[in-house]
Design a protein around this ligand. Structure first.
Ligand code: ZN
Ligand code: ZN
Length: 367
C-alpha cells in the first residue's frame, strides 16, 4: 500500500514516531564546504519533503565512489552546497508522492542516477546520458544516499529482482552499467569471443571480467603492475598481460593466434590506446569508458578502414539497461566484491580509506 502524501508532515505523523523513540534523530552526511574528508560531518536532518512524482526511500546502503572524492573536493562545478553525496544507493520505498505510479511502500529499489529530462529527442530514443536538458545527477544536484532517508524522483528508481541483495544492487548502475553496455550492446559478446580489458584491476575492470565470463567469453586483462597478476587470475581473467608502457598489442595477438580480439573495453584511455588499436581483430570494436590523462591519441585511419573497426564512447547505461543489468547480475550470480561496510557516521574515514587506494572491492556506508 502506498501512502499518497504531499508533504512530510503528514508522513511524519503517520510513520515516523517509531523512529523517534529514544530521541534518535535522523542523520545525514551533509557537505557544507568543499575540501578534505573532514568536511563530511554527520548531522541531524530535518525530514526531507516529498513533492509531486517523488518517492521517499529508506536507505539500506550506499557505495562510496571515487567520484564522490572528486565531488567533495570541489573539482566538479555542478555540485551546489549543501549537498548529500552518494549515487550508489539501494533502499526501500517508504512512501510515494502524488502522481507516482508503479512504486509502492515496501518496494526494494536502486537508482539510475542521471536525472535526464525524459522528453527530449535523445531521451526518447533511449539515450538519456546525452540529454541536454539534464537536471544533473543524484548525489550532485539532488541529495543522495549518504543519509538514512532520501527523497528521489520516481523516474530514477528501478525495482530489484526478487531475492537480490541491496548491497549488490546498489553498484549495478555505476560499476556494472558502463562495462555491461560496452560488452553486450557494443561488443555483442558471445561464447568464445575474446575481450581485452585495460586497467583491469579497478572496480569497472573486475566487473567487466565477471560479465565476459558470464557470457562465456575470454577475458584478457591488461595491467601495468606485476603485483596485480595473481588477483586478476583469481577474479577470472583467462590471461593477464603486464604492460607498464601500454604496448600490449603483440602480446594480445600472440594469445589469439595472430587474430586479435573482438572487443576492447578501454578503461584507461590514452595510456593504452595504441595497444588497444593493435589488439583489435578485423571487425573489432573498442568501447572507451575511461580516460586517465586527457591526452590526444593518434589513429591510423587506414587501419580503421581496412579492418572496419568501431570506436565508441560509453558514459553510462540507460535506465532500461539498468533493469537488464540487475536481472543479468542476479541470474548469473554476479556479486560486487565488498571490501568494507562502515556506519554512515564514518563517511570521512571511508573517503580516507578509498583515497589510500589500498582497497580491492567497494566500501559501503550502512545507515
Ligand atoms: Zn559511482
Ligand atoms: Zn532529455
Amino acid at each position: 500500500m502506498s501512502l499518497q502524501l504531499t508533504n512530510w508532515n503528514q508522513f511524519h505523523m503517520k510513520q515516523v514516531p517509531e523512529r523517534r523513540h529514544g530521541e534518535e534523530p535522523l542523520k545525514a552526511i551533509k557537505l557544507r564546504a568543499f575540501g578534505g574528508p573532514e568536511t563530511l560531518i554527520c548531522e541531524e536532518i530535518a525530514l526531507p519533503s516529498m513533492g509531486q512524482g517523488e518517492v521517499l526511500v529508506k536507505i539500506a546502503c550506499c557505495g562510496v565512489c571515487h567520484l564522490d572524492l572528486i565531488l567533495r573536493s570541489g573539482m566538479r562545478s555542478r555540485v551546489s552546497l549543501p549537498r548529500v553525496l552518494g549515487h550508489e544507493l539501494a533502499g526501500e520505498v517508504v512512501a510515494t508522492g502524488l502522481g507516482v505510479n508503479g512504486f509502492a511502500a515496501g518496494d526494494r529499489v536502486t537508482v539510475f542516477n542521471f536525472q535526464a529530462c525524459g522528453e527530449c529527442a535523445d531521451c526518447l530514443r533511449g539515450r538519456p546520458s546525452l540529454c541536454r536538458f539534464t537536471k544533473g545527477d543524484i548525489g550532485q544536484t539532488r541529495d543522495g544516499g549518504y543519509a538514512e532517508y532520501a527523497v528521489l524522483d520516481a523516474a530514477n528508481l528501478v525495482r530489484l529482482p526478487d531475492g537480490m541483495a541491496m548491497e549488490e544492487a546498489c553498484f549495478a548502475a555505476c560499476v556494472y552499467g558502463p562495462p555491461y553496455k560496452a560488452i553486450r550492446k557494443i561488443g555483442d559478446i558471445q561464447p568464445g569471443h575474446a575481450v581485452v580489458i585495460t586497467g583491469a584491476s579497478g572496480g569497472l575492470g573486475l566487473a567487466a571480467i565477471q560479465i565476459v565470463n558470464a557470457l562465456g567469453g575470454r577475458a584478457i586483462a591488461i595491467t601495468g603492475s606485476p603485483g596485480k597478476v595473481q588477483l586478476l587470475k583469481e577474479k577470472g581473467a583467462s590471461d593477464v598481460v603486464v604492460s607498464p608502457d601500454g604496448n600490449f598489442g603483440e602480446d594480445v595477438r600472440a594469445l589469439t593466434d595472430g587474430r586479435g580480439v573482438d572487443l576492447v573495453v578501454e578503461l584507461t584511455g590514452s595510456p593504452t590506446f595504441a595497444g588497444t588499436l593493435r589488439s583489435l581483430a578485423p571487425g573489432g570494436r573498442c568501447a572507451v569508458i575511461g580516460e586517465l590523462h586527457g591526452t590526444p591519441v593518434s589513429v591510423n585511419l587506414g587501419l580503421l578502414i581496412i579492418k572496419e573497426l568501431r570506436i565508441e564512447g560509453v558514459q553510462s547505461a540507460s535506465r532500461g539497461e539498468l533493469r537488464e543489468i540487475l536481472d543479468f547480475m542476479h541470474a548469473n550470480g554476479i556479486k560486487p566484491e565488498i571490501w568494507r561496510r562502515m556506519p554512515l557516521a564514518e563517511a570521512a574515514e571511508a573517503h580516507r580509506q578509498l583515497h589510500k587506494r589500498g582497497a580491492v572491492g567497494r566500501i559501503l556506508l550502512v545507515p
